[in-house]
Design a binder for this molecule. Structure first.
Ligand code: FMN
Length: 355
């Protein structure tokens, strides 16, 4: 019996299989509000054991790209409610990913054209896509010590609105070089106060956000995503294994729904095994998995669940295809971050593809 297709008890939720749809930004929330396209896209993918939505900013200062959805207004929450109701009526489970990009923003995306905020004034290399096209990153403004509780409160506010919107839980985005990750890693955190210096202090922001969000939802409906070795968004750390093993063990105090680790299956120096050993609750792996490597990760006890990104993007019925060893649709990379229904809700299900 394949473990991928077996049930899993995730806190209070019984998942119908162990395949998680990884969070994926798709830039189709015009005006930061989800729409009918989102309802169709997520409902088509409701056979995932668990869907994690695209990253969703908890505040207007947390935005880093055009047309990403928010979860800081009642209007956004009401729009997300349409998504959750539809996914639930199709038998699915769905968590919202809570996001603040920190320095990976641009004044043209910020309220009042202000500088993006970050733990320290360290400019990322490269640039980002804005409504005016590609622009170089700027040097962000380091958050004042007194401002940090207010940013933690923004995550809690997003968590409350996600609850109103009918989600089954939330995933805190601590990965991929965004604000929480900027605090965690020493390449971007040069603070000398209570939020920087030692690895304990670098993890403090993450732990405070987790505590605040768990206070809203109960920890068994809160997951966290980390990407210990990713250099995306010009990230670095002098000792990823120490930094992230510390974070994983410090998180044990909460009793979270899960820890979700991006650690590509093809990498030779993987840190997921050390984090799996340090963390007591359910563990999700992600990064280049397919049917075979995902099944092997479960069978070998490396993880409890496997998250699939691009395979779910291109195959709305991925569990069905894996179960019956059907061919996969090819992903269209040109429409990953742009378009409307094209490349979004027009990937056929297998029956239609093979009709
Ligand atoms: C189009 C696209 C958008 C993504 N957006 C997000 C995001 O919003 N949040 C996040 O944590 N990761 C995001 N990722 C990373 C994926 O969740 C996943 O880690 C990555 O695709 C590797 O998994 P895969 O090999 O199964 O696709 C994105 C990836 C893609 C391809």
């Amino acid at each position: 019996m394949d473990k991928l297709f077996s049930k899993f008890q995730l806190g209070p939720l019984t998942l119908t299989n162990r395949m998680v749809m990884a969070p994926m930004t798709r830039n189709r929330a015009f005006g930061t509000v989800p729409n009918d396209l989102h309802v169709a896209y997520y409902t088509q993918r409701a056979s995932a054991g668990l869907i994690v939505t695209e990253a969703t900013q908890v505040t207007p200062e947390g935005v880093g790209y055009p047309n990403t959805p928010g979860i800081h207004t009642e209007q956004q929450a009401a729009a997300w409610r349409e998504v959750t109701a539809s996914v639930h009526s199709a038998g699915g489970r769905i968590f919202l990913q809570l996001w603040h990009v920190g320095r990976i923003s641009h004044p043209s995306l910020q309220p009042g054209g202000q500088l993006p905020v970050a733990p320290s004034a360290v400019r990322p290399e490269g640039g980002t896509y804005t409504y005016q096209g590609f622009q170089e990153f700027v040097t962000p403004r380091a958050l004042e010590l007194e401002e940090i509780p207010g940013v933690v409160a923004q995550y809690a506010h997003g968590a409350r609105l996600a609850k109103e919107a009918g989600f089954d839980g939330v995933e805190i985005h601590g990965a991929n070089g965004y604000l929480i990750d900027q605090f965690l890693r020493d390449g971007t955190n040069h603070r000398t106060d209570a939020y920087g210096g030692t690895l304990q202090k670098r993890a403090r922001f993450l732990l405070e956000v987790t505590e605040a969000v768990a206070g809203v939802w109960g920890a068994d409906r809160v997951g966290l995503r980390l990407s210990p070795t990713s250099g995306f968004n010009s990230m670095s750390d002098s000792n990823p294994e120490a930094t992230f093993t510390y974070a994983a063990s410090a998180l044990n105090r909460f009793g979270l729904a899960y820890l979700h680790i991006i650690d590509p299956v093809a990498e030779s120096n993987r840190v997921a095994p050390a984090l799996r050993a340090a963390f007591r609750n359910p563990f999700i792996v992600n990064g280049g998995y397919d049917r075979e490597t995902g099944e092997a990760a479960l069978a070998g006890g490396e993880a409890d669940l496997v998250a699939y990104g691009v395979p779910f993007l291109a195959n709305p019925d991925l569990p069905h295809r894996y179960r019956h060893n059907l061919e996969l649709n090819a992903p269209d990379r040109a429409t990953f971050y742009t378009g409307k229904d094209n490349g979004y809700i027009d990937y056929p299900a297998a029956a239609a593809a093979h009709a």
